[in-house]
Write a protein that binds this ligand. Structure first.
Ligand code: NAD
Ligand code: UFG
Length: 337
């Protein structure tokens, strides 16, 4: 049996594929490489010593997506990472985001139904909660107001999956809401390397530490937190990847169902704590300045990870020092040869 991984050449997808190969699963990757590099496929093979099938296919391309299912009749489940994910870009290019994320997912789901494959894990985001009365987010909360087209695509896909399940409860669906993935594989061979100026905190810190950007702007010093900077639930990407294996195990043990899980550590860290830890564990400077708050940012957002622990037997194991060390190790291995 094989697992189809859409977006498997990307940041979270590649780490998940490594973990799947480590437990001897057969993996087929579909990725159009719009935000990733072909070299990642070789790096995955190098890390694991295992082979994978790779198709450079856009999930909107129904004909070629069907070909993948035709050529691999043993595809039993799908882990669906493929999507565009930059919040700021989604505000500027809403049509591109709605088209890629929504039509891409629709095409994938229709193709799965056609080939009678009804087991799927979907990469959602804590962003679907919007702003709630408390800072710790739990799955029993209703989805809230999204503040950008990217977040709206995640909320709409979640709703789409719910409707599909209610219409045909032979589907077996797991929706995973990620908090803030950072870090990289311990080999330093794969990690997050966004094109252009990064939006997210850790990729920005990595570029400042590597002297590609002269300083970090810390957005806001007047939040109601211990040091005035905003707090998030940062999770090591390898822990996140392992969460997918547990979610898959759960689906394999169920005949059908619709499950939603937060994947986070449950421990918020402020921007200041991340910067200070990164500097300390890597013994490197990260110049920074405090600037205005970034529009739309919440003060504190972190997961209640109880449900994933109780139902999946999953909990994050790596700490903030590991996350900062592994992020920098990826830069050292890939950019400072
Ligand atoms: P990424 O950009 O590194 O990976 C996504 C991959 O999907 C890329 O390799 C890209 O080339 C591919 N892709 C995009 N559109 C495609 C299409 N139409 N057809 C085929 N391939 C396509 O992003 P990531 O950080 O690994 O995120 C993976 C998933 O997790 C995304 O759906 C993202 O929205 C979601 N997510 C990410 C975060 C985060 O902070 N990184 C947080 C919450 C949710
Ligand atoms: N930050 C800075 N300077 C920067 C970048 C970020 O101070 O240059 C701060 C932000 O203000 C925020 C924190 O660092 O307080 C984390 O910001 P990120 O952009 O790394 O992450 P967000 O929590 O804003 O967003 C992430 C994902 C989104 C997802 C959201 C909610 O990037 O895709 O979590 O789950 F929607």
């Amino acid at each position: 049996m094989s697992i189809l991984v859409t977006g498997g050449a990307g940041y979270i997808g590649s780490h998940t594929v490594v973990e799947l190969l480590n437990i001897d699963e057969n993996v087929i990757i579909v990725d159009n490489l719009i935000n990733s590099q072909i070299e990642t496929i070789d790096k995955i093979k190098e890390i694991t010593g295992k082979d994978i099938k790779f198709y450079q296919v856009d999930i909107l391309d129904r004909e070629n997506l069907e070909r993948v299912f035709e050529e691999n009749t043993d595809i039993e489940s799908v882990i669906h990472f493929a999507g565009l994910k930059a919040v700021g870009e989604s505000v500027e290019k809403p049509l591109e985001y709605y088209k890629n994320n929504l039509i891409g997912t629709l095409t994938l789901l229709e193709t799965m139904r056609k080939y009678n494959c009804k087991k799927i894990i979907f990469s959602s985001s804590a962003t679907v909660y919007g702003e709630q009365a408390t800072s710790q987010y739990v799955e029993t909360m209703k989805r809230g107001e999204t503040t950008n087209p990217y977040g709206t695509t995640k909320a709409m896909i979640e709703k789409m999956l719910e409707d599909i399940y209610y219409a045909d409860n032979s589907w077996n669906i797991s929706i995973l809401r990620y908090f803030n993935p950072i870090g990289a594989h311990e080999s330093g061979l794969i990690g997050e390397d966004p094109k252009g100026i990064p939006n997210n905190l850790m990729p920005f810190i990595m570029k400042v530490a590597n002297k590609e950007i002269d300083h970090l702007n810390i957005f806001g010093k007047d939040y109601a937190t211990k040091d005035g900077t905003a707090a998030r639930d940062y999770i090591h990407v390898v822990d996140l990847a392992k969460g997918h294996l547990k979610a898959l195990e759960k689906l394999n043990n169920e005949k059908s169902g619709l499950f939603i899980y937060n994947l986070g550590t449950g421990n918020p860290y402020t921007v200041q704590e991340i910067v200070d830890t990164f500097k300390k564990v890597n013994n490197i400077d990260v110049p920074y300045e405090y600037t205005e708050r970034r529009a739309g940012d919440l003060t504190i957002m972190y997961a209640d990870p109880t449900k994933a622990r109780e139902e999946l037997g999953w909990a994050a194991e790596k700490n903030i020092e590991d996350m900062c060390k592994d992020s920098w190790n990826f830069v050292k291995i890939t950019k400072q040869k």
